[in-house]
Design a binder for this molecule. Sequence first.
Ligand SMILES: [Zn+2]
Length: 144
Amino acid sequence: MKATQNADSSSARTSKWFYQCSGNGAEPTLAGAKCSDCAKIIFPARDMCPACGARHRMSIVPLSRVGKLLGYGISLRSTEYLDAPYAFGYVMLPDGVKVYTLLVDCQPFEMKLRIGSEMEVVTGRVLNPNTGEREPVYMFRPVS
Ligand SMILES: [Zn+2]
């Protein structure tokens, strides 16, 4: 698979997707943004609140590492950065954030992907065709 999932958390910490973790053994978590006016939490982080329209009121917050699978699809066609078949879908976090994500460590799909089952965030690398670099990205996998 061209996308590789690994435990390269140091590089993940330099990525815009991830919260800056501290402490030994801290697992990377996704970086959301919370509105100080209405408390809405969003991902990915932006500077404007989509709920109340406030600007410059968003602060970066770590999101929950585990959520529930809302739905998924299987692609049977490879792209320049992913080998088929691969799965993608939506994971709902307890923070109220719905994350669109690549799903890994989930084959056979019909056995490991169950709507409503718990999924955890992991880091991986996917080739960016624009830069030729394998860049750290987030992915979710079933909680074993
Ligand atoms: Zn708001």
